[in-house]
Design a protein around this ligand. Structure first.
Ligand code: FAD
Length: 469
């Protein structure tokens, strides 16, 4: 095959080089090669001066892991020195109840830790005569679901990048400002430096504050702020991490060096331990948040939120130099992800709370389905709009369901779920706590269901129906 432009069936422009944008380019590279009936040029435009990510860890559940395995990620991670669980195993799965000082009870702690706060704050002020162990973790363990694989985010991006074909190019320091649809049906993408590029398909993978989403909804006359701007969830996530060697030298037998911990979450990731502390004020959900989305805060401010907690936890929280405080926002459920030849994926379409660790996985699943649809021999320039609608039909409802499930987990973790009130908020009863623990366990069950390849078989059958008409 020669390199003439006439053999390219589409020019795809992707705005945003995060997990979703890179995954899409990698899947197009993989499946275009397989179907090689016409190549696809992919240009990824990233606003930042480099391809980078904040935060070290990302949990990847079964279906997203399946599609990554198909790209050869397992071998790549092992080559780079990360432990990857075999089928049926997981390295980041379970919940364990901590020893809250005020409870002064001991728990068996088989796998990981669940640090629960009986108030809406991290700070635990309960004084109670509780004298029996809480057993949150049993529910999850008894389900025996495949837990997620904890992956190192920068390495994930690096591996995606290594999977791009010669037809994919990354352009940094290029911020999409808006787009215009031209009379011939193609899209002119306008950047903040006033340059313009033409594309047959524009994919908005530009994250929670997506300018692509903003242009899409304004251009179809839906100027509703709900679709243009993300909404504050009332939660601040304090994120940090520490080199594992340094931590182990200071705390030789600390469980955080080997095991994941929730709902202060810590994940050992190769040479690094990733830490996130969540502090929720549910009454602020939906209110305007006018501070910076991310700002650095001193370690003592985070320690102040949980100073009554067990020493093991405090040593972990205190071990880092500072935290980044993230104001967690979400994208409200959108009525569409596609308009003509413009399509949204990942956080641009459905940024969700992080309580099930699934936002990045959903971006990967979007990219997988969209990448295979675009690469398919039956997808052509003249049927692209209807075929993009198929992507929307396949992904809109599952991703919005996933977002609901994740929010639900946050309410359970922080003891705010309306279905699980405490008879006395200052003295939660064991059976009340146990019911929450069981609900948390059940809430993860869906992540073990289904199969990514089966999803594709269903998608391809529908694609054939559309192409036949
Ligand atoms: C605290 C926390 C913990 C999380 N934990 C997990 C987890 O364990 N598992 C999981 O699956 N998910 C997790 N998530 C969610 C996950 O991080 C996101 O869902 C995922 O990063 C979304 O990927 P994306 O590519 O859609 O968006 P992003 O990662 O936001 O990437 C968007 C990219 O677009 C660029 N960009 C933005 N605007 C423009 C523009 N106008 N033009 C060009 N480029 C632009 C940005 O610079 C960025 O590089 C977590 C999220 C948080 C906040």
């Amino acid at each position: 095959m020669s390199d003439t432009k006439s053999e390219y069936k589409f020019r795809v422009v992707i705005a945003g080089c995060g997990i979703g944008g890179l995954a899409l380019a990698a899947f197009i590279s993989r499946f275009t090669k397989e179907n090689s009936d016409g190549r696809i040029t992919v240009d990824i435009y990233e606003a930042k001066p480099e391809v980078s990510t904040i935060g070290a860890g990302v949990a990847i559940w079964k279906r997203s892991w399946q599609v990554l395995q198909d790209l050869g990620f397992e071998a790549e991670f092992i080559k780079k020195g990360f432990k990857v669980p075999k089928d049926g195993e997981c390295n980041s799965e379970s919940l364990r109840v901590t020893i809250l000082k005020a409870y002064s009870v001991c728990f068996d702690q088989p796998v990981a830790q669940f640090f629960a706060s009986p108030t809406n704050r991290l700070k635990v002020t309960i004084s109670t005569a509780m004298s029996v162990p809480l057993i949150f973790h049993y529910a999850l363990l008894s389900l025996q679901i495949d837990g997620p694989v904890g992956l190192h985010r920068p390495t994930l991006l690096e591996i995606f990048e290594s999977k791009l074909s010669a037809d994919c190019k990354i352009h940094t320091s290029k911020r999409l400002e808006r787009y215009e649809v031209s009379n011939n049906g193609s899209v002119n993408v306008v950047f903040s430096d006033d340059s313009v590029v033409a594309a047959d398909i524009l994919v908005g993978a530009d994250g929670i504050h997506s300018a692509t989403r903003g242009t899409m909804f304004k251009s179809i006359g839906q100027r509703d702020e709900r679709y243009l701007r993300p909404t504050f969830t009332g939660t601040i996530a304090y994120r940090s991490g520490i080199p594992k060697d340094k931590f182990v030298a200071a705390f030789p037998n600390h469980s955080a060096a080997e095991k994941a911990q929730v709902h202060i979450v810590s994940q050992p990731l190769g040479p690094w331990i990733d830490i996130t502390c969540y502090n929720s004020e549910p009454e602020l959900e939906g209110k305007l948040y006018d501070g910076p989305m991310v700002k650095e805060v001193a370690t003592k401010d985070v320690v102040g939120l949980c100073e009554d907690w067990e020493p093991d936890l405090l040593s972990l929280i205190k071990s880092v130099e500072s935290y980044n405080a993230w104001a967690i926002h979400v994208v409200n459920p959108l009525p569409r992800y596609v308009s003509g030849v413009v399509v949204l994926i990942g956080d641009a379409a459905h940024a969700m709370t992080p309580y099930q660790g699934i936002g990045g996985g959903q971006a990967i699943e979007d990219a997988h389905i969209l990448g295979r649809i675009l690469s398919h021999t039956l997808t052509r320039k003249d049927n692209i709009s209807s075929i993009l609608k198929l992507y929307e039909a396949l992904r809109l409802s599952p991703t919005q369901e996933a977002a609901k499930k994740s929010r639900n987990n946050g309410l359970l973790y922080q003891f705010n779920h309306p279905d699980f009130p405490f008879s006395d908020p200052n003295h939660p009863q064991r059976d009340e706590l146990e019911a929450i623990g069981n609900a948390i366990g059940r809430s993860f069950g869906w992540l073990a269901d289904g199969d990514a390849e089966a999803d594709w078989v269903e998608a391809e059958a529908k694609l054939k129906e559309i192409a036949d008409h």
